[in-house]
Design a protein around this ligand. Structure first.
Ligand SMILES: [Zn+2]
Length: 382
């Protein structure tokens, strides 16, 4: 392994040794580590404050400003280690048989590290390059509510952007589409009475069971299908109602997670649901907890074609644009910005949020090549 590759591997190990679990959500030590490395690679950095406790990190390789910038994006937080036992310490960055283990190895410290390493390499090889800015946006809070991305779209960081890559685990495929998420809290209201005389009360749990039946009837076109994403899904996650067994409950709450396709409109789903519940004559309220749009970059987009072709050169195998089920910071960004977004990272999707999460060291190093070559291809003729 070359010295530069050894450094890249050691850098990822350093990141995996830092706990940036969310919740509770504190990326500050990780952010400082990435910033130190960026400065060492002669890149410019800016700490972009999101609120009093949290901050995104912006790393820049400045071009001459003549061409639109290329954005790299990745989140710094990870989910918790979970209750299952790990064979390797989740904060060790231990390497065994070519695999580096740790929480975030796939999702997505490997992608984040590879993007920074690619920027360092481009910086080293370029003498006052002729292209636009290359910008890495390292976000906070993606695993909970995309807090960092929501803030970043309100700043000027994307103002001159022409395209974006998000380094989420993609099994080294170019991903152009993913599902959206609509999380609802539905509350039904009734009237209490003694359970021996239910006719004097209105049962809020009964009302909710009718709404559950409605949801399960696939009434909002769950028969829709997308070539890359399959079908939309719905999950009733929690339900809570009533005070005690011998009282007719006057309130019931349920949370629902709907994963949508690009051909579905969240506002339409909501108004359709409201209309159907109104017809049942139930007293209710709906709160939208999460409203994240699907990502829908077109396969014939120029940037997508470049990404696919670079991927074929790097991996030596045929590649075509893919879809994934889970959402990313791309949900937020595509709602505000019109540039094409693709997802590409060295991690394996199936390992995200799992015990014994790892990334293959070879794939991590190859993904650095991918980001370097994609940058070159992008700036060649934009
Ligand atoms: Zn992720």
């Amino acid at each position: 392994m070359k010295k530069s590759e050894q450094d890249s591997v050691a850098f990822l190990q350093d990141l995996l040794r830092i706990d940036s679990t969310n919740p509770p959500g504190d990326e500050s030590i990780l952010r400082d580590k990435i910033r130190q490395r960026a400065l060492l690679l002669n890149l410019e950095t800016e700490v972009q404050s999101v609120n009093k406790d949290r901050a995104n990190l912006i790393v820049k390789l400045k071009g001459n400003g003549n061409k639109p910038s290329l954005i790299f994006c990745g989140h710094m937080d990870t989910v918790g280690v979970g209750r299952s036992r790990w064979t390797f310490d989740p904060f060790s960055g231990e390497i065994s048989e070519g695999k580096m283990y740790g929480r975030g190895a796939s999702d997505m410290k490997s992608g984040l590290a590879a993007m920074l390493e690619a920027m360092g390499r481009i910086r080293k090889n370029s003498r006052g390059h002729e292209f636009g800015d290359l910008i890495l946006v390292a976000t906070v809070g993606e695993e909970v509510d995309c807090l960092g991305a929501k803030h970043a779209v309100k700043t000027d960081v994307f103002d001159r952007a022409g395209a974006m890559v998000i380094a989420e685990p993609s099994n080294r495929e170019v991903v152009i589409t993913h599902k959206g998420a609509l999380w609802l809290k539905i509350t039904t209201y009734g009237k209490t009475s003694h359970a021996s005389m239910p006719e004097y009360g209105i049962n809020a749990v009964d009302g909710m069971s009718k709404i559950m039946a409605l949801l399960n009837e696939n009434f909002f076109s769950l028969d829709k299908k997308n070539k890359l994403l399959g079908r939309p899904t719905i999950n009733i996650g929690t339900i809570r109602g009533g005070i005690q067994t011998n009282v007719v409950p006057d309130q019931c709450e349920m949370t629902v997670d709907i994963r949508t396709l690009p051909e579905m409109d969240h506002q339409q789903i909501l108004s359709h649901l409201e209309r159907k519940i109104d017809e049942l004559g139930i007293r209710y309220k709906i709160d939208v907890l999460h409203d994240l749009a699907p990502l829908d970059t077109k396969p014939n987009n120029d940037f997508v074609k470049k990404a696919v072709s670079v991927n074929e050169q790097i991996t030596g195998r045929k590649s075509s644009p893919q879809g994934i089920n889970f959402y990313t910071d791309g949900s937020i960004i595509c709602q505000h910005k019109a540039f094409p977004i693709v997802i590409y990272g060295p991690g394996e999707r199936e390992l995200a949020h799992q015990p014994n999460e790892f990334v293959e060291v070879d794939k991590y190093l190859q993904s650095i090549d991918f980001y370097v070559r994609l940058t070159e291809a992008y700036f060649q003729d934009v």
